[in-house]
Ligand binder design. Structure first.
Ligand code: NDP
Ligand code: HSE
Length: 444
């Protein structure tokens, strides 16, 4: 049985998928049953290193979805529209969809899942998180018996590539970002990578799979690496840390009027984080991603591998196509009824915890006057707010900084309540010896 593939997009990921389909030798035999039927692009005249036959290409993506020879629609065009409408159009036509588009799934996942369930078709998204790393299917299936306590990790390849090269080579931010774009790692608008939005899309998706319910995407506290100063990366290194952009989804202790096992309260966030250099995430460099899943009873499971780029992402896309192709083959083309694990619908309501109730370790850099008693006053502000300090170090302020400060004081706290930490910072900022709170980062 041959299965027709309609490809929406022939950029980094689409070209990677086309290349796998064009060379089935040595792969699973089902790959040979997949036939590229139609391909939508924006510009027919764009020069492409390799391309399917010209007669397969069209600038009309609806024609791809509607083509009667297309059995599975693969959306790798990116963006919210027309991607969302095309996915819904495919579902309405009873065609399963494979997509790598985390932006559309993080924002319209519930609408798409409801439409897919109503039509009895699969929408599979393995490539949307972690590039070539299998993480979606493990969360849906292999780890399904667990109560998940925490999902955390490095889930944006572009920013990890930038941070790794800045730390290893002292490379300039703009140059490394340009390299990440050239290598096909970055989003069409790289602001999504460097401002943390792409990681927030991905942790929203992982949260739904790990905890069985959607959290509002727009309410996830998100901080990227675009405001990160090289000086904090350097101070972090001197204190035994590396800086990584981490995404975290964590189950809170059942507290509050709504929290229960039917309605879990979650702490979900994305931010640059100081990671101890001995921690397994500290050694995840370049475009690699790593996701740590902590569950009961499994304990800790770590998923590691290339998080972006044509080959790894296409590997995940084609794996999803094969899942659907396998089911079609087993059911003689009908697809049968939906497997609830593979379809992965939501089964409870989740809420985000209020930020002030969360607890963290923190790194703070203060610009201050270099006088007797300053460290004592800062320590008192922290102490009176119930914030315990793990270490406090003074560095000389650099000449080019301007302002009156002649010292920089870096404080690392123990794990403390966010509300207490903010209260301490407000009091410290008001001290006449303190010019500014120059940086504030989380610490693992
Ligand atoms: P690209 O920008 O490289 O490719 C997009 C493709 O879609 C291009 O071929 C473009 O046509 C086509 N396209 C865009 N809009 C339209 C339209 N309106 N009509 C017809 N064709 C259109 O993106 P990527 O391949 O990098 O990413 C694709 C998706 O995969 C995104 O959702 C991205 O977030 C996701 N993803 C990307 C990864 C990566 O490493 N790059 C990793 C994981 C997920 P043309 O070629 O003519 O410009
Ligand atoms: N821009 C994304 C990243 C692509 O760098 O991780 C993979 O999702």
């Amino acid at each position: 049985m041959t299965i027709g593939i309609g490809l929406l997009g022939l950029g980094t990921v689409g070209a990677g998928v086309a290349s796998i389909l064009a060379s089935p030798e040595g792969r699973h035999p089902l790959v040979a049953a997949l036939r590229l039927q139609r391909v939508a692009v924006r510009d027919l005249n764009r020069s492409r290193p390799t391309s399917p036959p010209a007669e397969l290409l069209t600038t009309d993506p609806e024609a791809v979805v509607d083509d009667p020879g297309v059995d599975i629609v693969v959306e790798v065009m990116g963006g919210l529209e027309p991607a969302r409408t095309l996915i819904l159009r495919a579902i309405a036509a009873g065609k399963p969809v494979v997509t790598a588009n985390k932006a559309v799934i993080a924002r319209h996942g519930e609408e798409i899942a409801a439409a897919a369930a109503a039509q009895g078709v699969y929408v599979l998204i393995e490539a949307a998180v972690g590039g070539g790393i299998p993480i979606i299917e493990p969360l849906k299936q292999s780890l399904g018996s667990n109560r998940i306590q925490r999902v955390s990790g490095i889930i944006n390849g572009t920013t990890n590539y930038i941070l790794s090269r800045m730390a290893a080579e002292g490379a300039a931010y703009a140059d490394v970002l340009a390299d990440a774009q050239r290598l096909g790692y970055a989003e069409a608008d790289p602001a999504a990578d460097v401002q943390g939005g792409d990681a927030a899309d991905k942790i929203a998706i992982l949260t739904r799979l790990a905890y069985g319910g959607t959290v509002p995407r727009g309410a996830i506290p998100t901080e990227g690496i675009d405001q990160l100063e090289a000086r904090d990366v350097a101070y972090a290194a001197r204190l035994g840390f590396v800086v990584k952009l981490l995404a975290v989804a964590q189950l809170m202790e059942a507290e509050g009027e709504h929290a229960s096992s039917d309605h879990p309260l979650l702490d979900v966030r994305v931010h640059p984080t100081l990671v101890p250099s001995t921690h397994p995430l500290a050694g995840v460099n370049g475009v690699n991603n790593a996701i740590l899943v902590e569950g009961d009873p499994v304990g800790q499971v770590m998923f590691y591998g290339p998080g972006a780029g044509a080959g790894p992402t296409a590997s995940a896309v084609v794996a999803d196509i094969l899942n659907i192709a396998g089911i079609r083959q087993a059911t003689g083309g009908s697809g049968g009824s939906l497997d609830p694990l593979l379809a992965a619908g939501s089964w409870r309501t989740c809420s985000l915890v209020e930020g002030s109730l969360t607890t963290h370790r923190n790194y703070v850099r203060l610009r201050t006057r270099d006088e007797a008693g300053v460290i004592g006053k800062i320590g008192t502000c922290f102490g009176e707010a119930g914030v315990s300090i793990q270490s406090i170090v003074q560095f000389a302020a650099q000449d080019q900084d301007g302002g009156d400060a002649d010292a920089e004081i870096v404080v690392i706290t123990h794990e403390v309540l966010e509300a207490n930490f903010r209260r301490a910072l407000a009091r410290i900022e008001a001290l006449p010896e303190v010019e500014s709170v120059a940086a504030c980062l989380r610490t693992l």
